[in-house]
Design a protein around this ligand. Structure first.
Ligand code: G3H
Ligand code: 13P
Ligand code: NA
Ligand code: ZN
Length: 328
């Protein structure tokens, strides 16, 4: 059945677990996530970005979610908008059946330019007021996501914020987090502590200087009842880098967020953990393998079936590692 982010994360907080929020753009990703949830008896957060909505078409996406919920009647499903950039994207997501929206006002509408506090708190509060009328949850973000190590500028995969971002902005100010929650009434709060989107987060295994989990602990101390969200939480597993590169890919060496750091976060109020890149890598590695080993193959099912299996495996691992398993 469909549930809201608030319902799901309240349960997660009560029982001390975290929930991976997996991005999806198509049927294969949707099936893989739901099969992993079924096999581990996990509640699910499916999230779609604006890019996913444009790629799949809103109507296709909405009916696909209906189908996934119908196929898995015992799995609680939260359908979440990832990185909504204005009121309209959030309202239209709700019209298509999303039970939760992220209003990311940490950046302006272009998704690149850091916004000031007044803009962020104002637009987030307007979305919260509107969404709550319809029983829909809202995630807000305070602080700008970006690499402390690389100075927050453009990252190698094209994600990244525009212009100079100060070191300060890349770490959420706990004081401002308290103010933001009071001003906006969000159900969940994304915070910045050094992660960034995409595969190229850290040039070596991250330590506390570049992945500031202590910021999360400080925010949790001040906001013990707030559900915290970690974006950019792919672990970018070395095995997946190796598979991709073995079969013709060209990923440069890189590090993501170690699972044990996420587990530490879960002990300190982190309830929603956003993962897209790891699944992209699992799918791509499997597809490259089939096509490299069988160059005469052209039936998409021949590479999409192993691709789904690789994604299902990764999702199952995260459900187990975050303590989500067994909570459906
Ligand atoms: O925010 C980043 C997520 O990985 C979604 O990416 O905007 O390319 O769909 P996307
Ligand atoms: P990754 O790129 O680390 O998977 O992060 C995804 C994300 O934060 C989506 O909002
Ligand atoms: Na989100
Ligand atoms: Zn994100």
């Amino acid at each position: 059945a469909r549930i809201t982010l608030r319902q799901l994360l309240d349960h997660a907080a009560e029982h001390g677990y975290g929930v991976p929020a997996f991005n999806m753009n198509n049927m294969e990703q949707g099936l893989a996530i739901m099969e992993a949830a079924e096999e581990t008896k996990s509640p699910v957060i499916l999230q779609a970005s604006r890019g996913a909505r444009a790629y799949a078409n809103d109507v296709v996406l909405a009916k696909l979610i209906d189908a996934l919920v119908e196929i898995h009647p015992d799995i609680p499903v939260c359908m979440h908008l990832d990185h909504g950039n204005n009121e309209a994207t959030c309202v239209t997501a709700i019209q298509y059946g999303f039970t939760s929206v992220m209003m990311d006002g940490s950046l302006k509408e272009d998704g690149k330019t850091p916004a000031d506090y007044a803009y962020n708190s104002g637009i987030t509060r307007r979305v919260v007021d509107m969404a709550h009328w319809g029983g829909v949850s809202v995630e807000g973000e305070i602080g700008v996501l970006g690499s402390l190590e690389m100075g927050g500028g453009e990252q190698e995969d094209g994600h990244g914020v525009e212009g100079a971002v100060s070191h300060d902005q890349l770490l959420t100010d706990p004081e401002q987090a308290v103010e933001f929650v009071k001003d906006t009434h969000v159900d969940a709060l994304a915070v910045a502590m050094g992660t960034s989107h995409g595969a190229y987060k850290f040039s070596r295994k991250p330590d506390g200087a570049v992945l500031a989990m202590n910021v999360i602990e400080e925010i949790h101390r001040r906001l013990p009842n707030m559900h915290l969200v970690m974006h950019g939480s792919s672990s970018v597993p070395e095995e997946l880098q190796e598979i991709i590169n073995k079969y013709g890919g060209q990923m440069k060496p890189t590090w993501g967020v170690p699972v044990e750091e996420i587990q530490r976060g879960i002990k300190h109020g982190v309830r929603k953990i956003n993962i897209d890149t790891d699944n992209r890598m699992a799918l791509t590695g499997a597809i490259r393998k089939v096509l490299t080993e069988n160059p005469s193959e052209f039936d998409p099912r021949k590479y999409l079936t192993p691709a789904m299996a690789a994604m299902r495996k990764l999702c199952k691992e995260r459900f187990e590692q975050f303590g989500t398993a067994g909570n459906a």
